[in-house]
Write a protein that binds this ligand. Sequence first.
Ligand SMILES: Nc1ncnc2c1ncn2[C@@H]1O[C@H](COP(=O)(O)OP(=O)(O)OP(=O)(O)O)[C@@H](O)[C@H]1O
Length: 294
Amino acid sequence: MLTLSQVTRTFGGLTALDAVSFAVAPGERVALLGHNGAGKSTLMKLVLGLIAADGGRISVGGHAPGSHAARALTAYLPENAAFHPALTGAETLRYYLRLRGEDPAKAGALLDRVGLGPAAQRRIGTYSKGMRQRVGLAQALIGHPRLLVLDEPTSGLDPVSRRDFYALLAELAADGAAILLSSHALTEVEARTDRIAILSGGRLMANDTLANLRRQAALPIRLQVSARPGAADEVAHRLQGGRRNGVLVDLSCRPDEKLDRLGAITALGPMVEDVEILPPSLEDLYTHYSRRPS
Ligand SMILES: Nc1ncnc2c1ncn2[C@@H]1O[C@H](COP(=O)(O)OP(=O)(O)OP(=O)(O)O)[C@@H](O)[C@H]1O
């Protein structure tokens, strides 16, 4: 549904996107991650046709970004969707439906879809941030879009609103929509998207499932050994680990060394009380991919 091939965009002397290539297929949810200034918004603006690329090619369902056909397929939700506070949710949706040449009577069903049915007749000025984001999503769903471009859609939402939001995205993807959403947090998108694309300094540093990214990064695993009282020095010495305190000994190893290390720990018998395996965190993984030279 969305394909970028070698897309480059500069602003003056600054390369905001550097030969970026990736695709989002129908039914796929792709999270675009990156620090501030990584190029996420620039990429989204290019996909929406708001700015033009200096090089490379972008296709939205086979059409040029910004063309009538591409716009009919695409919906966009900006980070902070703003609506007139004096209008009700239903009035706002009717307004956007008319703008897109659709039947305003669909407002009720759209608001129900995003869980705002009971608040439809309330003014938007009385809505919480999460409710306003849901109005934004309802607005984005007008016209059955096949590509959704969502710029940090969950920033400022509480955990329950986030969960509801991702549940709705899962339904839309199951219905065949391609979804590209930007985020700062790998922890948030971990179980809720199909693929992760990491931008850093305008370059695409990673583009794969989280499981594959974990495997490819092969980051060290930490093992935390609890020694029996009085045995920590001996345990640390035999395992060549670092003493953390009176009983804990820290070890680190490559994923392929894990079983051997566990064997060595078990062989210490009664000197050891317990062992905890601490896999690399998502933050470690994100840092690995955003910092490595490409
Ligand atoms: N119109 C512009 N003129 C000049 N420089 C720009 C313009 N738009 C973006 N940039 C620069 O391009 C780079 C990428 O910016 P972009 O807004 O795409 O990052 P981002 O990943 O969306 O960041 P954030 O998470 O802060 O929104 C930044 O260095 C930014 O300063």
